[in-house]
Write a protein that binds this ligand. Structure first.
Ligand code: 5AD
Ligand code: FES
Length: 356
């Protein structure tokens, strides 16, 4: 079995590791290897994206959801959740307000809510693109048919976020009710890629029952899928879920995995997530220093923010979007990076589209 140093060299040189090597790396994780990987990973991010950090304005437009994922605060079984929906006008106004603040990517995220038909989503996408042709529209609205995804893409949507949650079928079954399957989730991701979306997958770090083997399989799945975006953040318990008493994911393991992911997929768009900022006051800054290059502040009207609680103690639920933008500019500036007004496309995807 190779030594840790050999594994790290192989990771930096080739971006590929075997399942056994990933597990060994995780088992031997210490502060020294973490610091080394962060240094290598942030250098790779800078090589491709400079010291730029891209911002995405997140509009959480509905917290109704037909699903009952055991970890999620807006699961349909949570009778304590106060439900809300934004109207088409509220959503487009929110997008325009974000545009004024410098956002050039708008993320429309919601629970799986049948109230919003495909036609409504198409209208929303078209109206944002018509008003702001230089904005990228990202959707994060769960599992849909190939035809629905295609309709959204044809309407002008650019990107789609759908975390695979866990690549292991048995682990998936421990986090979700029987009507949801890892197989369908992964099929959705392949469909999105096939249609031409810049596609995002990802998983929670430290979700209940997760093992190092599971994480290794997640990383290998990501390597195989080769998504343009990857979202990972710590699992954080929510009081009204099956996992209320489980412990939260670990900060350092999350940072370590951000670095490994950056080294495995050098050009991937990788956010320092709100969940990371929730488990540690400097979580997002540490995420950037570990190789992340995206932040996704909330653009939803302040009145509904607390209601979109996937987990407890979520940050920025009282601040206006403009306040978060200023706060992030300062935070990112303080660590030597810069928030930019840019669509922030994946550079590999972009050069492929431009036929370079
Ligand atoms: N803690 C952390 N992340 C969560 N998500 C859902 N619930 C939680 C939680 N309790 C993540 C899932 C989902 C994304 C939108 O948020 O990975 O895909
Ligand atoms: Fe929202 Fe700092 S990012 S207050």
């Amino acid at each position: 079995m190779a030594e840790i140093q050999d594994i790290i060299h192989k990771l930096c040189d080739t971006g590929s590791l075997t399942r056994e090597e990933i597990i060994r790396l995780l088992e031997n994780r210490d502060s020294e290897t973490q610091a080394l990987l962060a240094e290598k990973a942030s250098a790779v991010a800078r090589e491709h994206y400079g010291n730029k950090v891209f911002v995405r304005g997140l509009i959480e437009f509905t917290n109704y959801c037909k699903n009952d994922c055991y970890y999620c605060g807006i699961r349909c079984g949570n009778k304590n959740a106060e439900r809300y929906r934004l109207s088409v006008e509220e959503i487009t106004e929110c997008a325009s307000y974000g545009y004024g603040l410098g956002f050039r990517t708008i993320v429309l995220q919601g629970g799986e809510d049948r109230f919003y038909t495909d036609d409504m989503m198409v209208d929303i996408i078209k109206s944002i693109k018509k008003e702001h042709p230089d904005v990228a529209v990202t959707l994060s609205i769960g599992e849909k048919s190939f035809e629905s995804y295609k309709a959204f893409f044809d309407a002008g949507a650019d990107r789609y976020l759908l975390r695979h949650e866990t690549a292991d079928f048995d682990h998936y079954a421990k986090l979700h009710p029987k009507n949801l399957s890892a197989e369908n989730r992964q099929q959705c991701l392949y469909n999105l890629k096939k249609i031409g979306f810049q596609t995002g997958a990802g998983f929670m770090v430290g979700s209940p029952y997760q093992t190092f083997e599971n994480i290794a399989d997640d990383l290998l799945f990501l390597k195989k899928l080769d998504p343009e975006m990857i979202g990972i953040g710590p699992f954080i318990p929510h009081k009204d879920t099956v996992f209320a008493d489980e412990k939260a994911g670990d900060l350092n393991l999350t940072l370590f995995l951000l670095s490994v992911i950056r080294l495995m997929l050098p050009t991937v768009l990788l956010p320092a997530t709100t969940a990371l900022g929730t488990i540690d006051p400097r979580g997002r800054e540490l995420g950037i220093l570990a190789g992340a290059n995206v932040v996704m502040p909330n653009l939803s009207p302040v009145g509904v923010r607390k209601k979109y609680a996937l987990y407890d103690n979520k940050i920025c639920t009282g601040e206006e979007a403009a306040e978060c933008m200023n706060c992030l500019k300062n935070r990112i500036g303080n660590i030597g990076y810069e928030i930019v007004t840019d669509r922030g496309d994946n550079i590999k995807y972009k050069s492929m589209k431009e036929g370079k």
